[in-house]
Write a new protein. Sequence first.
Length: 180
Amino acid sequence: MIMDIINKVIDKITGNGYAVYAVQGSDVKPILIFDTVTESFVRKTASITSYPTESGIMATDYKYMNPSQISIKGVIKRGSLAGSFLQSLIGFGDPIKKITTELDNYIKGMYALNIQTKTGLYENYALKSYEIPEDYDNYGLCEITAVFQEIPQMNETVQNVEDSLKDTINGGIARLIGLT
């Protein structure tokens, strides 16, 4: 409880707007810790269904939400050889090695993660993919782009259903064959 308050105060002071963490009961475990986040994209899409009618036009009558995706591009400064050795002596370890180990762990399994961005908190996302480009432009940095996809909650129901769609009557060939 006290640590939560201290962490919130530190986040407000430092202006930290991005975090990827796992929640297990009351335990909050940070997953991705970057020196800087350079880009963040939240993508929400919906699919609209349509079908042909006898008059030759397409009729559209339903729309559903697809799982959302969040892409985060973060940067970690590569340490010098002496700095890395000193960090390993103190017990901090190499931050790049830690983050790549975490990424490997979370891409192999189905883990629900929470992602805090400046636009809000996104809950129940799984790591879908990540990239670590190594080229001339990022020689002294480790750039990581991670893509997360929303895990749909199967017990959720649509809140605003039109009255005409609430009681659907089976018809057509299913009714003639006696499947209903």
